[in-house]
Design a protein around this ligand. Structure first.
Ligand code: NAP
Length: 371
């Protein structure tokens, strides 16, 4: 090939290899609602060095409002970011503050507060359960259903909001749905899932130590309903401005175990299509999505990592790997009832909450939906 042609071809190749998602021209100012909680502190820690976002505003309950963030108890092993520590915590009132908010609000207040912030022109990227199943609100996992962001303009129009709400799923839902999304081509029909959920999933102070220590609690309020319904919306098709629910039927049992971070899930699946273990392994290994192709800052290299060792994944060994953003899968074997079963595990506060919302906001920034 002549040198000129080769140079052009190389330039074309290098342009194709570059992530299509463009970083914002300058950092986007963001606020955190519920900044003092388990999820809120993870937001503060994960956003400290973020290349696209800068935390400039915090809010929590009247117990914390008026105090310097750095004077309130910090409960994470990560450093309290110095710039965020200097901010004063605001009351939960919309109006001032930046355009974009991450929400780690308790569900007792998130419903009305997030709607008020959206009505006042803010874009709320939320972890709370309150708006997840609203037909006009995207319930987003960027690798699975990025097209559901198409609901945002309709949401604004129908609700008359200048802002918008985008939610991420329940922490156990994210782990299982990422695994099921990798297997979507085989058409999951019926699923039985049992979870072993970490204590940090209950927020702070969470479960009483006398209940949690050396024990298993076989009930988490409202959790099974979320795991049985949210994946149907996420895996559903966005058609004619609405989400058509996926037909998969899910039966869930959720338990709390004495683990700090990392929800483990034992999942059995029946597929419509005939499928071998090799097909499933290949699907897990090749699974990727828009965050990875766009090169979003919080995207893991691979959203699903299959571990061959028979005693993995384990929350203590695997939850923090890949920045807490990958879901680890292992123990694929035959299920005499549904056909196939495996174990999945992910960090509930990072991939299951704060990191998930940050990835949602990065995708929205890349699609120019935050301005
Ligand atoms: P948390 O530790 O209990 O924190 C709750 C936050 O909400 C705190 O900042 C608290 O402020 C604030 N808050 C409570 N009542 C308020 C009020 N009346 N007005 C204003 N702010 C109020 O809970 P979390 O575990 O971080 O969970 C936060 C949200 O994320 C919940 O909706 C939860 O369901 C969801 N979520 C959690 C996880 C997880 O793994 N932990 C995973 C997925 C989703 P104060 O400190 O001032 O009281």
């Amino acid at each position: 090939m002549p040198a000129k042609k080769a140079k052009k071809a190389a330039a074309r190749e290098s342009a194709a290899a570059k992530p299509a998602g463009s970083a914002p021209a300058k950092k986007i100012e963001v606020g955190i609602l519920g900044a003092t909680g388990m999820v809120g502190q993870h937001f503060a820690a994960l956003l400290a060095e973020h290349p696209w976002f800068r935390v400039t505003w915090l809010a929590a309950s009247e117990r914390s409002a008026g105090k310097k963030y750095g004077d309130l108890p910090w409960r994470l092993g990560y450093h309290l970011p110095a710039d965020t520590a200097k901010l004063t915590v605001n009351e939960l009132k919309p109006g001032d503050g930046p355009r974009v908010f991450f929400s780690g609000l308790d569900s007792s207040v998130a419903g009305s507060a997030e709607a008020e912030f959206a009505a006042a022109g803010h874009i709320v990227v939320s972890n709370a359960r309150n708006h997840r199943m609203d037909p006009l609100v995207p319930l987003l996992i960027p690798e699975v259903n990025p097209d559901h962001l198409g609901l945002v303009p309709l949401q604004k129009k129908v609700k008359g909001w200048k802002g918008a709400i985008v939610t991420d799923p329940n922490c156990s839902t994210i782990v299982m749905t990422l695994a099921l999304a990798a297997l979507r081509e085989f058409e999951p029909k019926r699923v039985i899932v049992t979870t072993l959920q970490a204590l940090s999933g209950a927020g702070y102070p969470g479960v009483a130590s006398l209940d949690a220590t050396a024990n298993v609690i076989p009930h988490i309020e409202n959790e099974e309903e979320k795991l049985e319904t949210e994946p149907k919306k996420i895996l559903g098709k966005f058609k004619n401005d609405a989400i058509e629910m996926h037909p998969v039927a899910i039966s869930a049992t959720t338990t709390r175990v004495p683990v700090v971070h990392g929800h483990t899930e034992s999942i059995s699946v029946e597929f419509v299509k005939g499928v071998t273990h090799e097909d499933i392994l290949e699907a897990f290994r090749k699974f990727t999505g828009e965050p990875e192709s766009l090169g979003l800052p919080t995207a893991p290299k691979r959203p699903i990592i299959y571990l061959d060792q028979p005693n993995r994944p384990q929350p203590r060994l695997d939850a923090e790997r890949e920045g807490g953003m990958a879901v680890f899968v292992g123990r694929l074997r035959s299920c005499p009832i549904l056909g196939h079963k495996f174990v999945a595990m992910g960090h509930n506060v990072i991939r299951g909450a704060a990191g998930a919302a940050i990835l949602n906001a990065e995708l929205m920034a890349a699609k120019k939906l935050l301005s």
